[in-house]
Write a protein of this length. Structure first.
Length: 221
């Protein structure tokens, strides 16, 4: 997979077009319930994962949670965290965000709580999360693994998958279907641009949104 080319194409789309494309392929990629917490920027990039677990870090010399991901991530990456411990503790905050923004990493998506939202906004880093809390991770949760399969709102996500997030939500694109999904999403976007043009040509909305739009793709079984 030429992920640089794919990311460039993904940047020109939105989550709705990508969701439509995945839906037509019968692929579940929409992480419902993950909301934008900072900036108004769209993010699109390659997934780098981190999994959290309950309890203190077993190894007292282990690095602070999140630091390995920031150190290893590239400017094409989005850091994606799974915090499904059942403990209300933030796994991302302001200082990590500052370091992430400083490295030009594209953004962060969290299945779980974040904190320091005002501080994160000041950094300019786009962060999406399931919830917000001021409660610290210290002594409550720890980093269990990086670059492993994670689950984000019921969606199975692998390192190297693609992700796009904007005001409508978060959508993951499995690497295995990236080419076809992007091609279909581009078709959706092009069709909808033509429909917008038609509105300004005074064509009726009923005629514009006809059966050709409704049945643009036959859903995969």
């Amino acid at each position: 997979m030429d992920f640089i080319e794919f990311i460039t194409r993904l940047e020109k789309l939105d989550t709705c077009a990508v969701s439509d494309a995945l839906d037509s392929l019968g692929v579940n990629g929409v992480a419902d319930g993950i909301q934008r917490r900072s900036t108004r920027q769209k993010i699109a990039g390659r997934v780098r994962t981190m999994k959290l677990a309950a309890g203190r870090q077993p190894d007292s010399d282990a690095p602070h949670l999140g630091t390995r991901s920031v150190e290893e991530a590239e400017d094409t990456d989005v850091i994606v965290l799974e915090q499904l411990s059942g403990i209300n503790a933030a796994c991302w905050g302001g200082i990590l965000s500052e370091a992430t923004q400083h490295k030009h990493i594209r953004g962060v998506v969290v299945e779980g709580p974040v904190r320091d939202v005002d501080e994160i906004n000041e950094t300019g880093l786009p962060v999406f999360s399931r919830s917000i809390t001021p409660v610290a991770a210290r002594g409550r949760i720890h980093e269990a693994a990086v670059n492993v399969a994670v689950t984000i709102r019921g969606v199975s996500v692998e390192p190297g998958d693609l992700v796009i997030a904007d005001g409508s939500g978060v959508v993951f694109v499995p690497a295995a279907v990236a080419e076809e999904a992007l091609a279909r999403a581009e078709q959706v976007a092009a069709k909808e641009r033509r429909m917008v043009d038609a509105v300004h040509e005074n064509i009726t909305i009923t005629e514009i949104m006809d059966s050709k739009y409704e049945n643009m793709f036959e859903r995969a079984d």
